[in-house]
Design a protein around this ligand. Structure first.
Ligand code: FAD
Length: 410
């Protein structure tokens, strides 16, 4: 196999000459979990993980970083453990995928052959969707929807804002990564403002009328933050069509806003390598057969995580991990000439609206036609739960995060 540049030390794991080659592109929650599970399910497989960043910075709980409640270091993970388990980790981006030749080209021009490829490239922001919002504009009006430098930029802007200022959060329509995350962010920014700049305000400009766990969020906002958070939904002119980063103007069909801090989350699409592989359709996402995660558009490629068109299953780290593990079992079975069982996926999504105040949404999902549908077994936290239950859920979120990240990165 070519391309040893940027490869983490290869452990002494015996690889049969004829071992099937599985290449995983993208070392986030879906890809890292899948690569580890492939080695566990079938130790004979030759597994390669391609990921350009030596350190992965995780989005779940990154809203706490913005509010000054958590250090960014707690969000960061490396690939040493995965490499030590026998996965060949290549620290480069995939620049092209040729499904006919079953070959991935890397940023340095070298190529890697595969028998099966698992694509978990997450999202890219659609910089054409909001007029005036491009990569340069994101340096003035951060999206903070890929964790790392953008998270810290938004945090710094809020800290530098004068008391009495307005922090605007621009929310796109679904499908989007972690639909409740903008409202969790609004809550935690409100927590920071209430303590540090109490005359300030959070303004949500929303391209949706309704949102995930809305009643729980709104209950928490009235209990904790009074009128500090204002939300303008789609039907009242919340959809943003244009921005001007030079004077931080946000333009909707109903009027203009000039907040002191503008967190603009544009619509997104599957991470761009998916389109280069021919795996995306007109929606910008990857249609799959949910029973196997096989791409509907290109052979021998399975798509998991945020990049796939999952239907009822949310674009979350919990879902990406469940998909990664299930996909590993399916790919290993298929390569061994067996018919895999159809997957049942479970996941839970926590929202922290203030330290010691959390709630959650659990779901169980199975293939239903071309997508995943929700089946019985899930549910949301009760609306009228006492504060001690909210405190327990906030604690459970920390335990959940630990397990999620240990499962993904070791
Ligand atoms: P990612 O984890 O983004 O991984 C994609 C990887 O692919 C990246 O490492 C990237 O570098 C790599 N990649 C991209 N292109 C290439 C290429 N060409 N070659 C090689 N590698 C490539 N989810 C939850 O379950 N719970 C939460 O509480 C939660 N909170 C969130 C809060 C915020 C603010 C945000 C933004 C998201 C949150 N999420 C949460 C969602 C979660 O982060 C994503 O759904 C999850 O990361 C998706 O996993 P993934 O593997 O599809 O993509």
């Amino acid at each position: 196999m070519a391309a040893t540049t940027g490869t983490l030390a290869l452990p002494h794991v015996a690889r049969a000459q004829s071992a099937a080659r599985v290449v995983v592109v993208g070392g986030g929650f879906g890809g890292a979990s899948c690569a580890r599970a492939l080695r566990k399910v079938s130790p004979k497989l030759d597994v390669t993980l391609i990921e350009p960043n030596a350190t992965f910075t995780s989005c779940p709980l990154s809203n706490e970083v913005i509010a000054g409640l958590r250090d960014i270091a707690a969000q960061q993970f490396t690939y040493e453990k995965i490499a030590a388990e026998g996965v060949r980790v290549i620290a480069q981006a995939a620049s092209a995928i040729d499904p006919q030749a079953r070959k991935v080209t890397l940023a340095d021009g070298s190529a890697i052959a595969y028998d099966r490829l698992v694509l978990s490239s997450g999202i890219d922001l659609d910089f054409k969707a909001v007029q005036g919002y491009d990569e340069a504009a994101a340096e003035e009006m951060p999206h903070a929807y890929k964790a790392g430098a953008q998270t810290l930029l938004l945090k710094r802007q809020i800290e530098a804002m004068d008391d009495g200022g307005v922090v605007a959060i621009v929310v796109p329509a679904n499908p989007m990564r972690c639909p409740p995350a903008p409202y969790e962010r609004a809550s935690l920014i409100a927590h920071y403002l209430k303590a540090n700049k109490p005359r300030s305000k959070v303004l949500i400009l929303d391209a949706k009328d309704e949102f995930s766990q809305q009643r729980l969020f709104e209950r928490a906002w009235s209990e904790l933050y009074g009128g500090l958070i204002e939300r303008i939904p789609l039907s009242q002119g919340g959809r943003v069509t244009e921005v001007n980063p030079t004077d931080r103007t946000i333009i909707t069909e109903f009027g203009n806003y000039n907040p002191d801090v503008a967190n603009v989350i544009p619509p997104h699409k599957a991470g761009s390598i998916a389109a280069l592989a021919g795996a995306t359709d007109h929606t910008g996402w990857c249609p799959i057969d949910p029973a196997t995660f096989a791409s509907k558009l290109v052979p021998d490629i399975h798509v998991i995580g945020d990049a796939c068109l999952g239907g009822g299953i949310p674009k979350s780290a919990a879902a990406a991990q469940a998909q990664g593990k299930a996909c590993a079992t399916i790919v290993a079975a298929q390569l061994a000439g067996k018919t895999p069982e159809s997957p049942t996926l479970t996941g839970v999504c926590y929202n922290i609206v203030s330290p010691g105040y959390g709630f959650s949404l659990a779901g169980v999902y199975q293939p239903k036609g071309d997508i995943f549908g929700e089946v019985e077994g899930g549910g949301t936290s009760p609306l009228d739960a006492p504060r001690e239950t909210r405190a327990k859920e906030a604690e459970a979120a920390t335990t959940w995060y630990k397990k999620l990240t240990v499962d993904a990165f070791g």
